[in-house]
Write a protein of this length. Structure first.
Length: 224
C-alpha cells in the first residue's frame, strides 16, 4: 500500500551536496568527528533553505569604503529564538547561528524517549516562564532526527503554549509517520525542513535504514 504524500509544509531538500553528505552520514564507518562535521554541513544547507523567507528590514543609510551610501538591510533577529532539543540538537546550533546577521537567543529543551513506551519525557526546559512581553515571533526548532515524532510533538506543544506564532523545525532525517505526526500537531503554525524522509521504523522506534542513534554517534557513546 502506498503511503499518503506528506503535507505541503514539509520541505525535503534536493540539494546535491546535502544528498551526498547524507550518504556519508549513513555509513557505519563514519567517525564521531566526521559525524559532527556532517551534521554541521547539512544543517547549514537546510538552514539556508528554511530561513530563505525571513523578512528583511531596512534601517539607516550606511557607507561603503569608497564613500558611496547604501540602504542597510538586516533581519529582525530579536523576533527569533533557536531551540535545540538536547542532546543531538546542539550539533546544529553553530551552523544555524552562523547564517544570521546577529546572534539570536538560544533556549534548550531536554527530552528523551522512554524505552518501553517510546513516549517523550521532558527533563529540562529553560524557556522563560512567560513569553507575554517578549518580541519573539518564530522559534527555530532543531533536532537531527524525527523518528516516531513524539519528541517533536512534545517540543511543538511546549513552544505553542509558550506563545510563539510560528515554528520552523529543521531536521536532518525523519521517518514518514513521525514527520506527518509532528506536522499535524500544529499544521497551520509549523514548517518542517528536512534532508531526507525514510519510509519505515524498526520495532524499537529507529528509522530504517536511517543513520543510527545520532546522539551516540556525535558524542562517542555507542554501546553505552
Amino acid at each position: 500500500m502506498t503511503s499518503s504524500p506528506l503535507p505541503p509544509n514539509v520541505h525535503i531538500s534536493s540539494h546535491p551536496c546535502l544528498v551526498a553528505k547524507l550518504s556519508q552520514l549513513r555509513s557505519k564507518s563514519t567517525t564521531s568527528r566526521e559525524t559532527t562535521q556532517l551534521i554541521h554541513d547539512i544543517s547549514l544547507i537546510l538552514g539556508t533553505e528554511a530561513l530563505s523567507s525571513l523578512p528583511l528590514v531596512e534601517s539607516e543609510t550606511d557607507e561603503t569604503p569608497l564613500g558611496f551610501s547604501y540602504t542597510y538591510q538586516t533581519i529582525a533577529t530579536n523576533e527569533l529564538t533557536l531551540i535545540p532539543i538536547l542532546r543531538s540538537g546542539l550539533a546544529m546550533v553553530p551552523a544555524l547561528q552562523s547564517l544570521l546577521p546577529n546572534p539570536i537567543s538560544t533556549h534548550h529543551l531536554g527530552l528523551y524517549r522512554e524505552k518501553a513506551t517510546l513516549q517523550p519525557v521532558e527533563y529540562y526546559n529553560n524557556l522563560p516562564q512567560s513569553q507575554s512581553s517578549s518580541t519573539v515571533h518564530t522559534a527555530i526548532l532543531c533536532d537531527p532526527v524525527i523518528a516516531t515524532g513524539g519528541t517533536a510533538v512534545a517540543a511543538i506543544q511546549t513552544l505553542r503554549e509558550w506563545g510563539v506564532r510560528k515554528v520552523i523545525m529543521i531536521a536532518v532525517i525523519g521517518a514518514a509517520e513521525g514527520v506527518r505526526r509532528a506536522i499535524e500537531e500544529w499544521s497551520e503554525g509549523v514548517d518542517i525542513w528536512i534532508g531526507v524522509v525514510d519510509g519505515e521504523l524498526t520495532d524499537k522506534g529507529m528509522i530504517k535504514p536511517g543513520v543510527g542513534d545520532v546522539g551516540d554517534r556525535l558524542f562517542g557513546t555507542i554501546g553505552k
